[in-house]
Design a binder for this molecule. Structure first.
Ligand code: ARG
Length: 458
């Protein structure tokens, strides 16, 4: 029997029933639905909109349903239209007529908006904790590698010397911004829509502030049309999650490269890599590849939400039922990725010697060599040209800036002295880049401390 049976003379077509139903995916909000209803019923009782005794009966009944669903005693009926309908029907079965008073001054439109907000607040808290864990894992790796020289790249070409810690700390910066984005999404979500009714509020003297306080909302929605039709908070969260995935996918791409024989900068723990069914020698970075792949899926969720909301007239439209599968998938996916990615980072072995050996090839100290001449008075453009000739000579003769003789240096410019060797040593080059935010070990150590401080705010 449908909620709206009075108006209709026929039962709904079976196919339409399945098509319309959302219980297969909105049942995961069962706890939120029940807790929201308890707060609503208690307020109806305390304001005298329904009898206090009936409100108590409703709350006790809802508590019992919560326990029975939790213990598995009560199974969710997959043929119900949605979780809201199911709970109301079960409540009425359990406590009789009082159950029919629960929906006074409420619509499923403000109810579903409430449930989604409550559900997503918990999700944001969980995702935030997982991002924090990853940041901590990166800080723990970074502190070990503030002196581990590595090439920095542009265009994936060896460019200038940095350290492995400096590289990892770039991801820490991204993830710290992600925490702020999650915090902002939380603020947008933390608004109580209940009281908006179907679209035009209600004639009952509700105490919305009381419900907001009981459910831990900072504010109430301030326009009933917007209250039921706002899904900005869902899009904002999907966007914040997409950006987290973007960061994880960039990192994954680097992990994949670093694991290759061409780089061999890191080795993943055996527990976080996989083999091949045919090639006995293989050790594959499947986790990083899957994270990279799942990023596309999460972007798809964001696009689903944006496209679903586009051009919707006010206020509630059934299109909006489609928000849940997309945002649930985005939340599930980012959590799954973070839970696997973090221990992969914690357990990876850094092959310092290989990083150092790669840094020695590729003339990544050429800028420092030109700076050496500039600091001795030569205009930078002339210095750049002189070092360009030196590099060309090195390539031709199979040498590096470290292995040229002083005579060879002097043949290009008389400004070179014996102290050039100290100037082009990669360790000197890294230490010299001591500008705030630069790769010099003391700067990176300061950034590690700063990141720890920022983490305390979340
Ligand atoms: N299952 C619906 C949803 O997820 C609940 C709201 C239904 N409201 C309505 N008027 N049909 O959006």
């Amino acid at each position: 029997m449908k909620l709206w049976a009075g108006r209709f003379s026929k039962e709904v077509d079976a196919g339409v029933n399945d098509f319309n139903s959302s219980i297969s995916f909105d049942q995961r909000m069962v706890r939120q639905d029940i807790l929201g209803s308890m707060a609503h019923a208690a307020m109806l009782g305390s304001t005298g909109i329904i009898e206090k005794a009936e409100a108590d009966k409703i709350c006790d009944g809802l508590q019992k349903l919560l326990e029975d669903i939790g213990s598995g005693k009560l199974a969710i009926d997959g043929t119900a239209e949605d979780i809201h309908t199911f709970i109301e029907a079960e409540l009425t079965k359990l406590i009789g007529d009082a159950g029919k008073r629960l929906h006074t001054a409420r619509s499923r439109n403000d109810q579903v908006a409430l449930d989604v907000r409550m559900y997503l607040k918990d999700e944001i808290t969980e995702i935030t904790a997982l991002v924090e864990k990853l940041i901590k894992a990166l800080l723990a790796q970074a502190i070990q590698h503030t002196e581990t020289v590595m090439c920095g790249y542009t265009h994936l070409q060896r460019a200038q010397p940095i350290t492995f810690a400096h590289h990892l700390m770039a991801y820490v910066q991204m993830l710290l911004r992600d925490l702020t984005r999650l915090q902002n999404a939380y603020k947008s979500t933390n608004v109580l829509p209940l009281g908006s009714g179907a679209l035009a509020g209600t004639t009952y003297p509700l105490n919305r502030a009381l419900v907001a306080e009981r459910l831990g909302f900072d504010d109430i929605s301030h326009n009933s049309l917007d209250g039921v039709s706002d899904r900005d908070f869902v899009v904002e969260l999907a966007s914040a999650i997409s950006i987290i995935m973007m960061h994880l996918s960039r990192f994954s791409e680097e992990i994949i490269l670093w694991c290759s024989w061409e780089f061999k900068y890191i080795e993943l723990d055996d527990a976080f890599a996989t083999g091949s069914s045919i090639m006995p020698q293989k050790k594959n970075p499947d986790i990083a590849e899957l994270v990279r792949g799942k990023t596309g899926r999460v972007y798809g969720d964001l696009m689903t939400l944006l496209a679903m909301m586009k051009s919707l007239p006010l206020a509630y439209n059934k299109d909006m039922q489609e928000d849940k599968e997309a945002i649930f998938d985005a939340c599930d996916t980012v959590k799954l990725c973070l839970k696997t990615f973090t221990p992969m980072i914690e357990t990876m072995t850094v092959l310092k010697e290989n990083m150092r050996a790669a840094a020695a090839k590729g003339f990544i100290n050429a800028t420092d060599c030109a700076d050496y001449l500039t600091k001795k008075g030569m205009p930078f453009r002339d210095a750049y040209k002189a070092v360009g000739s030196l590099v060309a000579y090195c390539i031709q003769s199979g040498k590096t800036l470290e292995t040229l003789t002083l005579e060879e240096y002097k043949a290009i410019s008389g400004t070179f002295e014996a102290d050039v060797y100290e100037a082009v040593s990669l360790e000197t080059c890294v230490k010299g880049r001591a500008v705030p935010g630069g790769p010099a070990p003391e700067q990176v150590k300061a950034e590690i401390e700063r990141a720890k401080e920022i983490l305390k705010q979340f």
